[in-house]
Write a new protein. Structure first.
Length: 140
C-alpha cells in the first residue's frame, strides 16, 4: 500500500512540474495592410506591416473574387526577410498576376502563421492604382 501511495505522489509531482515548464504562447501575429493595388494590369502591389511575437513561420498572399466564391491567386512568401522574424515593418512585394483575372474589388487575404501555430489573416479590397499615385509610389 505504501508503494502505491509513493508512486502516486511521484506521478502527481511530475505532472505539476511539467505544467510549470509549459511555455506560454506569445500574442498572435498582427497584420496591417497598407496597400493592395493592381498596377499596369499585370502586377499586384502589396504593402503591409507585420508583427509576430512568436516569430513568423509562414506567410502567404491570396486573392479571392469579391464575393469570396473563387480563389484566383495564391503565393507563399519565402526568404529570410519574411520567415523566422519578429517583425516585417515594411513588407512591400509585387506579384505577377498576368492572366489571373484579378479585378478591382477582389479581396486580398494576407496570412501569417507563427512558430506556435497561431494564424492571423487580414483582408483588404483590391484597388486599381491611380496614375498620380504611381508617380509618387516607390517601387523596389
Amino acid at each position: 500500500m505504501s508503494f502505491a501511495l509513493a508512486l502516486l505522489c511521484v506521478c502527481s509531482l511530475s505532472f505539476i512540474s511539467c505544467k510549470g515548464n509549459e511555455e506560454e504562447k506569445p500574442a498572435a501575429p498582427t497584420i496591417v495592410i497598407a496597400e493592395a493595388n493592381i498596377e499596369e494590369e499585370s502586377e499586384l502591389c502589396v504593402e503591409a506591416n507585420v508583427k509576430a511575437p512568436g516569430k513568423t513561420a509562414a506567410v502567404s498572399v491570396s486573392v479571392r473574387s469579391a464575393d469570396g466564391s473563387a480563389l484566383k491567386f495564391t503565393e507563399k512568401v519565402t526568404g529570410v526577410a519574411y520567415i523566422g522574424v519578429l517583425e516585417v515593418p515594411e513588407f512591400h512585394k509585387h506579384f505577377d498576376i498576368a492572366d489571373k483575372g484579378l479585378t478591382e474589388g477582389d479581396i486580398l487575404e494576407f496570412t501569417v502563421t507563427d512558430a506556435f501555430g497561431q494564424t492571423t489573416t487580414a483582408k483588404k479590397s483590391i484597388t486599381k492604382e491611380e496614375e498620380d499615385e504611381h508617380e509618387h509610389h516607390n517601387h523596389e
